[in-house]
Design a binder for this molecule. Structure first.
Ligand code: AMP
Length: 395
């Protein structure tokens, strides 16, 4: 893996693809600077080495040059987070950008205007990528959130830096963490897959069956399996056309010696709302008019031992409708078990969408070994795909 330590940045201009697609309020203030903070280690390393930094990112989904999506709105916040004045240029290619890049001195930071002001960015246009490439001496990709896209700045630009292209610290950490789960994992390995649908997780399940000892299934996905096994699921969410597939997964798991754990009980509700009436029932005996919206106490007790016995844990997807307080307990409790296992020395990776939101919401993030920064990108890696942004650095 080519990383920052493979390059001496002294006197060099690093063109870094970062993910500064941050949320803004109606006054264009940054409401969550996490993504900027996440890029700081890479930027600091290069500046400390005696290099200068040119940051490129997208913000939102503009249709052409729309002021509301200008990266000028984030200049002050970026300067504050990086502890250094950030220069801004109102274009990402062309004369203005080239002049600003040429004038950049060692230790200085330049932020380019939104890449997606040009449709060539998402189209992966080679001529556009070449214009970006003119700005720097070294290409650094530190944007995991867009690594699954073959865009000009995330993938195509790399070909103009055949020897001088590396992963930034954040992206390297993402790859390393996933490798610890899927490649060099310490056994027993447990994957917890929750969320709403079997259909959105099927490729992930198929890919990880070869890598795990235990597969814990939870969330809305549960009920497709339970119904396929002949259980009564009441009004719980279910994908009827995936029942066949659910049974195939269970067969495959058995053949591969993977232990599958489905919830034995659930918190069922008489409506999909926080103040619904609730009761705890066996997962395969849910009465009509009731729907399972969270894992029940027996299920959680069963999970506890599996999690605590694991040396490697992957968590993707909540165990219930955690957005509603009444149905958040399963997800919080699972997070606490994983935190405990992590404290005892297990490696835990949380990634791919809503479980990341859940661990953040419940303050569990610092207790996990690693929490991924890229939803779609992490899912594709879990599916076993090679991400174009990663392949481009390795080429
Ligand atoms: P995903 O994006 O596939 O990870 O799904 C996450 C969503 O699944 C969250 O918004 C949860 O509210 C939802 N979810 C989890 N458990 C259930 C359930 N038992 N019934 C309906 N939705 C659920």
């Amino acid at each position: 893996m080519r990383t920052l330590s493979d390059i001496n940045f002294a006197g060099k201009k690093a063109l870094i693809r970062v993910d500064f697609n941050v949320p803004l309020d109606e006054h264009f203030n940054v409401t969550d600077a996490n993504r900027i903070e996440a890029a700081k280690p890479t930027i600091d390393t290069i500046l400390n080495d005696g290099g200068s930094v040119i940051l490129m990112s997208h913000l939102g989904r503009p249709k052409g040059k729309e002021d509301q999506y200008s990266l000028k709105h984030i200049v002050d916040k970026t300067s504050e987070v990086l502890g250094k004045q950030v220069h801004f240029v109102n274009d990402c290619i062309g004369t203005d950008a080239e002049t600003a890049a040429a004038n950049l001195k060692a230790g200085e930071i330049l932020l380019l205007e939104n890449l997606r002001f040009y449709k060539e960015e998402t189209a992966g246009d080679e001529a556009f990528a070449e214009k970006l490439a003119k700005l720097g001496d070294v290409y650094v990709n530190d944007a995991f959130g867009t690594a699954h896209r073959a865009h000009a700045s995330t993938t195509i630009v790399a070909k103009f830096f055949p020897k001088n292209k590396v992963f930034g610290a954040l992206l390297a950490k993402e790859i390393e963490s996933l490798d610890k789960v899927l490649k060099n994992s310490e056994k027993p390995v447990t994957a917890v897959l929750g969320g709403s649908k079997v259909s959105s997780k099927i490729t992930v399940i198929e890919n990880i069956l070869d890598k795990v000892d235990h597969l814990i299934i939870g969330g809305g996905m549960t009920f497709t399996f339970i119904k396929a096994l002949g259980g009564k699921i009441g009004n719980s969410i279910c994908e009827d056309d995936k029942q066949e597939l659910a049974l195939e997964i269970l067969e495959k798991a058995k053949a591969k010696n993977v232990q599958v754990h489905l919830p034995v009980d659930v918190v069922a509700a008489d409506a999909f709302k926080n103040d619904a009436n609730t009761m705890v029932v066996n997962t395969n005996e849910i009465p009509d008019g009731w729907q399972g919206l969270d894992a029940g106490p027996k299920s959680l007790e069963n999970l506890r031992q599996v999690i605590l016995d694991s040396k490697t844990i992957l968590w993707n997807g909540p165990l219930g409708v955690f957005e509603m307080e009444t149905f958040a307990k399963g997800t919080i409790t699972l997070g606490e078990f994983i935190a405990e296992a992590t404290k005892n020395g297990a490696f835990s990776l949380v990634g791919g969408g809503d479980s990341v939101a859940a661990v953040k919401q419940f303050g569990l993030e610092p207790k996990m070994s690693y929490v991924s920064t890229g939803g779609g990108a992490m899912l594709e890696m879990l599916e076993g795909k090679t991400l174009p942004g990663i392949a481009a650095i390795q080429a």
